[in-house]
Ligand binder design. Structure first.
Ligand code: ADP
Length: 488
């Protein structure tokens, strides 16, 4: 909008008509005082200011406006009939005006000037707005950078206080921070500690992790710069994402040498103990059988009952020791499969028979799904062991249930066996560990006896058959354990 300031209404009238004819919005003021009030309240793109006015004259108005930040950029055209002298024109410019037009006004010239100033003002305003946006953008970025730096500093402080070797890398994998401990293993902050000659390369593994944007976890043997021997470490590198975009990597090397040594000793002990237990147990078994045969003629002899009980306990002990021996075989890579073709349906029927005979309180075992009357290539005894383990657990962990379901199915590539019970179930967060060595669900471990190794052995057997295994379970409703075996 353009503001015309003149004390003579007739002057205002003619100027207003002229500008409105050219589609300029116009406002008017009849004195300097009124003009100042209006300028503070509204936004104007141009002021056409008469110099000679009673009260505050045009120069004073212009001077006042140049002192306010809101109005200092509004262009002013002075109009004057009298003060055409050069010194008045100079005063007009000095007081903040941009142009000076003497009366009588040439309408074409005035319109040209108005148009130019109007455009200039609009451009100035647009420029100011751009500047303002830019300034606030810079401010926001500065603030974000400061916050980021604070967070990174905090992360470094934490990594520095860890007992592990720790490092961070930027999004494209360049190491940008290492803690002090790093330098006990590597001379340079960008070079990984040296690994044992026959260990996998950290660099290769990490390149792969970066390509797939996934966490890296591997065991490596590294050594301190001056040490003679390597120690096992667990290297973990995890990607940190911000707004679902990878921003950095954080990695640690944790010394697990002592833990590994203890585990090795424990495995050795288990292996020796189970071997040593096996021999006397075999003798006990043989002598009990002999004893049974010696008094077999006296059918009603009360000793027969006790001998049966001893035999049940001996066979329990025997299967425990066999499991422990299996564990040490797995540890030493000696659990070998004796692979031969066998009929799966026949195996399943015999397992169901065995289970019913060896359990006093055997639930109903419902067989559903496809009949697997086909030949499978595998270790029959080991696969039997898996099904027996699944079924034994289904009975053990469902003491009040009277039903177990075995569902079988096959497609052209695999056979699948599922054992479903209606027992205590397993909490979701514990399900991922169920097939781990010595893992037992705390809630059930008090009430039910066991070592937590059966499922671990099952998983190894299935793995060696290139099959898959898993479970679905809900607390209080029951569990379904399954495994698949490829047909080829
Ligand atoms: P064990 O039964 O000797 O403890 P397993 O390796 O067979 O060892 O099983 C590991 C753990 O998994 C068990 O201790 C138990 O907590 C849980 N588990 C296995 N099968 C079932 C099941 N059918 N229902 C509920 N929990 C089960």
């Amino acid at each position: 909008m353009i503001l015309i300031v003149d004390d003579k209404p007739e002057n205002i009238y003619s100027l207003k008509k002229l500008l409105e004819a050219k589609d300029f919005p116009v406002d008017t003021a009849l004195s300097g005082e009124e003009a100042l009030k209006k300028v503070l309240r509204h936004d104007y793109a141009l002021i056409i200011l008469d110099v000679q006015m009673p009260g505050i004259d045009g120069f004073e108005v212009a001077e006042t406006l140049s002192g306010f930040s809101k109005t200092k950029d509004i262009p002013i055209i002075f109009l004057s009939a009298v003060n055409t002298d050069k010194k008045f024109i100079t005063k007009g410019y000095a007081s903040g005006g941009i142009d000076y037009v003497t009366k009588p006004v040439d309408p074409d010239i005035l319109i040209l000037k108005v148009k130019t100033f109007y455009r200039l003002y609009e451009q100035t305003m647009a420029l100011n707005e751009t500047q303002r946006v830019l300034r606030s953008e810079i401010e926001t970025r500065k603030q974000a950078q400061a916050e980021l730096k604070e967070r990174v500093d905090y992360l470094h402080l934490i990594l520095e206080s860890l007992p592990q070797i720790a490092f961070t890398a930027n999004h494209d994998g360049k190491i940008d921070f290492v803690n002090n401990k790093w330098f006990r293993y590597s001379h340079h902050s960008t070079i990984f500690p040296q690994t044992a000659p026959d260990d996998k390369s950290i660099q290769d593994a990490w390149l792969l992790a970066m390509m797939t944007n996934s966490a890296l976890e591997m065991e490596v043997r590294i050594k301190e710069i001056d040490a003679d021997s390597f120690r096992s470490h667990l290297l973990r590198v995890i990607p940190i994402k911000e707004q679902s975009k990878l921003s950095r990597w954080v990695g640690t090397f944790t010394d697990i040498e002592d833990r590994k040594q203890v585990e090795k000793k424990k495995d050795e002990f288990l292996s020796i103990a189970s071997h040593e237990l096996k021999t006397p147990l075999t003798s006990i078994k043989a002598y009990t059988q002999l004893l049974g045969r010696t008094i077999v003629d006296v059918q009603e002899h009360p000793a027969n009952k006790y001998i049966d009980k001893v035999q049940v306990q001996v066979s329990k002990l025997n299967s425990l020791i066999t499991d422990l021996l299996d564990i040490s075989k797995i540890e030493n890579g000696k659990l070998k499969m004796n692979v031969k073709p066998f009929n799966f349906e026949e195996l399943l029927s015999s397992v169901i028979d065995t289970i019913c005979h060896t359990h006093d309180k055997c639930p109903r075992i419902d067989r559903v799904g496809d009949l697997l009357d086909l030949v499978v290539l595998g270790d029959e005894i080991r696969i039997e062991q898996v099904i027996i383990n699944y079924l034994t657990n289904a009975i053990k962990y469902a003491p009040n249930s009277e039903r177990v379901i075995i569902k079988t199915s096959n497609d052209s590539a695999n056979i699948k066996v599922e054992v479903q019970d209606f027992g205590i179930g397993i909490p979701v967060h514990k399900q991922t560990n169920i097939f781990n060595k010595f893992y037992r669900v705390e809630e059930s471990s008090v009430k039910f006896q066991g070592l937590g190794i059966g499922l671990y052995i099952c998983s190894e057997i299935i793995r060696q058959h290139h099959g898959t295994f898993g479970l679905e379970s809900e607390v209080g409703k029951g569990s379904t354990f399954y495994f698949t075996i490829p047909l080829n």
